[in-house]
Design a protein around this ligand. Structure first.
Ligand code: GLC
Length: 567
């Protein structure tokens, strides 16, 4: 296998609006991010995925782009971007950007021109129809077809109506987007995370979905779903609702072209798709480099050994079926999902479970993606005042709910707050001073700051505390750096009869490690047989173990212990 930098890199997602406010306007920016490069280097990550930093109408906080080749004024200038990129590279950190290719903002000059008339040069750059051709829904705000009086026609949008879909069947659109790709690659960025890549093409027959539901109905079901069974049912309904709008096979041809563009550049530029379908890896050489292992995230409540074991078995065999060169990519959190700390917590042992989450990310086979703030245990902040919501998808949901006169407004606001992605996008907590060191004192931040910054959930309080989560992250990141088996090794499950424990080996070029994780609060015994009895040296333990303690074929793991043994 020909290993590239991204095989072993640990990625860290920065959500620019919430990372560090360098100019005191309550919004994160490049000056702030550049000042934090030292922090990231010290943390020990290798690459940054930056969520969109382009001028945007901010209906979807950056994911509705007005200009692909510039920097949003609230984040700074192109010069500030270049300085950030140079500082990252100087620190040995790679940078990948977010490519939002499916849609633009409705204020993008391309759309402004397209909607002017039916025969302007960009008339066919978006997806237009004389009448709504089917019952398709947008995944954010109701009907997927929105009327445009200038053209007396409807345009298609998979996301909000302020995010019209580009027409990827028009070669001019394809060329324009590949030029955008080159613009940033020319500046030296190391690759792209491809936003919602499965939504580029729709069913050409425009086949209607066959469900008796609208988006509002499904959102209501989602809001009411409590049990895992109900939640699984809702995800199936979502899948069926959108099945003619996502995953069209024509995406593969575009990914092949995009890969060729990237391969023209030196430095092993890379692509990671926001999709879980390994088919986007093509033959291992001709489409994307990585797609996310999203199925691993699908557990509301603590992760269990069984969940991880099943996930790894399925995922690794799916990847192997695609090509021998395909490589896993694991993540537990991002700007669209609840915070790792509370999502996989149980309310009682959250601190211990958060350590297990990061241990999994850094010891399982594959490239890990972490999300800013998880390293200090940031938690969701449910905004219960609908007026403070900035995630317009949640505002839409609130407005739908309160159409029902029987709906209690406070209850609706709470539901919208829970559904909203604002809860996991609140500003980074740097210290315990006013505004958590994110913005200067006295400034109103774009989203409220989670008040738990005063209770030790901040970088400054954790930095010098040997027992903090942040220190644990740093230790685990260093451990991974020092052990090639953790970066490149093959994964093998170690069968050992105790369902509270997850135990596996990673082996690379004659070096092997055994990783044993106790997912329970009580001591657990594990018995090894055969070749697995050879692991006798303690490399790392999250518990208090004597460093030279030699283990035998039977091992007793302490409460939530994470143990790494060498031969
Ligand atoms: C992706 C992004 C999400 C955004 C959507 C539309 O799923 O991660 O934040 O709202 O695409 O661009």
């Amino acid at each position: 296998m020909d290993y590239k930098w991204w095989h072993s890199a640990v990625f860290y997602q920065i959500y620019p609006r919430s990372f560090a406010d360098g100019n005191g306007d309550g919004i994160g920016d490049f000056i702030g991010m550049t000042q934090k490069i030292g922090y990231l280097k010290e943390l020990g990550i290798d690459a940054i995925w930056l969520s969109p930093h382009f001028p945007s109408s901010n209906w979807d906080v950056g994911y509705d782009i007005k200009d692909y080749c510039d920097v949003a004024p609230e984040y700074g200038t192109l010069e500030d971007f270049k300085q950030f990129l140079a500082a990252a590279h100087q620190a040995g950190i790679k940078l990948i950007l977010d490519l939002v290719a499916n849609h633009t903002s409705d204020e993008h000059p391309w759309f402004v021109e397209s909607r002017e008339s039916r025969d302007n040069p960009k008339a066919d750059w978006y997806v237009w129809a004389d009448t709504p051709p089917n019952n398709w829904q947008s995944c954010f705000d109701g009907d997927a077809w929105t009327y445009c009086p200038q053209r007396d026609q409807y345009y298609y949008h998979f996301f909000m109506k302020q995010q019209p879909d580009l027409n990827w069947r028009n070669p001019e659109v394809i060329n324009a987007m590949w030029q955008v790709v080159r613009f940033w690659l020319d500046l030296g960025v190391d690759g792209y995370r491809l936003d919602a890549i499965g939504t580029l093409y729709e069913d050409t027959d425009l086949t209607p979905h066959s469900l008796p539901y609208s988006l509002a109905d499904v959102r209501k079901m989602e809001g009411d779903a409590i049990t895992t069974e109900e939640q699984t049912k809702v995800s199936q309904v979502f899948g069926d609702l959108f099945k003619f709008q996502v995953g069209h096979p024509d995406v593969h041809d575009r990914m092949k072209e995009l890969r060729l563009v990237l391969d023209e550049y030196n430095g092993d530029r890379m692509l990671v798709g926001e999709d879980e379908n390994p088919d986007y890896l093509g033959n291992g050489q001709d489409e994307l480099h990585l797609v996310f292992n999203f199925p691993m995230m699908r557990s509301d409540g603590p992760l269990t050994p069984m969940h991880i074991i099943n996930n790894q078995t399925q995922r690794l065999s799916q990847l192997a079926n695609v090509s021998s060169a395909s490589w896993p990519c694991n993540t537990l959190g991002n700007h669209d999902s609840p915070r790792v700390y509370n999502r996989y917590g149980d309310g009682k042992h959250d601190a211990e479970l958060a350590r297990i989450s990061i241990a999994l990310m850094l010891t399982l086979k594959g490239t890990p993606f972490l999300y800013n703030g998880e390293e200090i245990g940031m938690t969701d902040l449910i905004i219960e005042d609908a007026g403070l919501l900035r995630d317009t998808m949640a505002t839409w949901y609130y407005n739908e709910m309160v159409k029902d006169p029987k709906m209690d407004k406070l209850a609706a606001a709470r539901k919208a707050g829970i559904r909203s992605r604002d809860k996991n996008r609140t500003p980074m907590q740097w210290n315990d001073e006013e505004n958590a060191g994110f913005s200067a004192k006295g400034v109103t931040t774009w989203l409220p700051i989670n008040p738990n910054f005063q209770n030790g959930i901040n970088v400054a309080s954790q930095e010098n505390d040997p027992n903090s989560l942040l220190t644990f992250y740093k230790k685990m990141l260093r451990l991974r750096k020092n052990h090639p088996a953790l970066k490149f090794g093959e994964y093998d499950l170690v069968p050992q009869g105790n369902e509270k424990v997850f135990c596996f080996t990673r082996a690379f070029q004659g070096n092997a490690l055994l990783i044993a994780i106790n997912f329970s609060a009580s001591q657990q015994k594990v018995q090894f047989a055969g070749k697995n009895t050879r692991f006798r040296t303690i490399i790392f333990s999250s518990a208090q173990r004597a460093p030279n303690e030699v283990t035998k074929s039977e091992l007793v793991l302490g409460s939530f212990e994470i143990l790494l043994l060498g031969e």
